[in-house]
Design a protein around this ligand. Structure first.
Ligand code: B12
Length: 204
């Protein structure tokens, strides 16, 4: 169902919160992440399980293709086109709508969602969904980098027997994703099976 919409996704067990925490806080504490960037942009992250979903067992990450937009300013009798990069238009509504679609699929099966405050790019890369480019923007195979990432906690069970997480960042150019010795994509995960079985109920 996710693929039918042109989205791509992965699901990872909630224990991987510890690795996300280490990826950000660990580097911050080692002073590898700039203090002002951390304070101004990353202070909202929370690496605790969601208080509003005590039974949370997994984290879902979805990449949604998001195009550039062209807006036209009417200026002094002329029309001035301006290209707006992805994610600067409808960011919050898109996040909300993806989370609502996921909820519509999972709720009838008795599962619930909660909103995360997580580093989504880090999560996407560590889950195998995306690769870092040399510019630190992440790329999803078949989708490129024009995408918006949306995350969600869920109580959907997830394969807990995963290999050890990566210890080195992939930004230096090492390969991630399928075949990587780090997190592997959960293509046969419960989410995929569930979304397959829910295909008929897909809201359009
Ligand atoms: C803060 C933020 C910004 C800030 C600051 C970005 C920055 N880090 O410099 C601002 C407002 C500038 C910004 C701009 C943009 N952003 Co922004 N942003 C975010 C946000 C909220 C957090 C990202 C972040 O900084 N994470 C923490 C950093 C540290 O993680 P990281 O860059 O992945 O670094 C990892 C590795 O590279 C490595 N690492 C990094 N530095 C170092 C240093 C050393 C020494 C070592 C060893 C390792 C290491 O460790 C890190 C952790 O794993 C996310 C949304 C979210 N909730 O995650 C969106 C997000 C990352 N942004 C996004 C986008 C699209 C953009 C823009 C392209 C928007 C635009 N259209 O122009 C620009 C790109 C700017 C750029 N060149 O990176 C998308 C990314 C999609 C994609 N394809 O990658 C996200 C995921 C939003 C979304 N929901 O889709 N963004």
């Amino acid at each position: 169902m996710i693929e039918e919409r042109g989205w791509k996704s992965r699901i990872v067990p909630i224990v991987r919160l510890a690795d996300l925490k280490e990826a950000i806080l660990g580097r911050y504490e080692k002073r590898l992440i700039d203090e002002s960037l951390y304070r101004e942009q990353l202070g909202f992250f929370s690496f605790d399980p969601p208080a509003d979903l005590p039974g949370a067992r997994s984290i879902i990450i979805v990449a949604v293709p998001t195009p550039q937009m062209r807006i036209i300013f009417n200026w002094q009798g002329g029309r001035v086109p301006v290209v707006v990069p992805p994610t600067y238009v409808s960011y919050t509504p898109r996040t909300k709508s993806v989370q609502e679609v996921l909820a519509t699929w999972l709720k009838p099966e008795g599962y619930h969602l909660a909103k995360p405050k997580l580093p989504l790019k880090t999560l996407a890369v560590l889950s195998g969904l995306a690769d870092y480019g040399r510019n630190h923007i992440c790329y999803v195979p078949g989708m490129g980098s024009f995408l918006q990432l949306v995350g969600a906690f869920s109580d959907l069970p997830c394969d807990a027997r995963l290999p050890a997480p990566r210890t080195e960042p992939c930004w230096s150019g090492s390969k991630t994703g399928p075949g990587s010795p780090s997190w592997r994509p959960l293509s046969s995960s419960n989410l995929c099976r569930l979304t397959g079985s829910l295909r008929k109920r897909s809201p359009r």
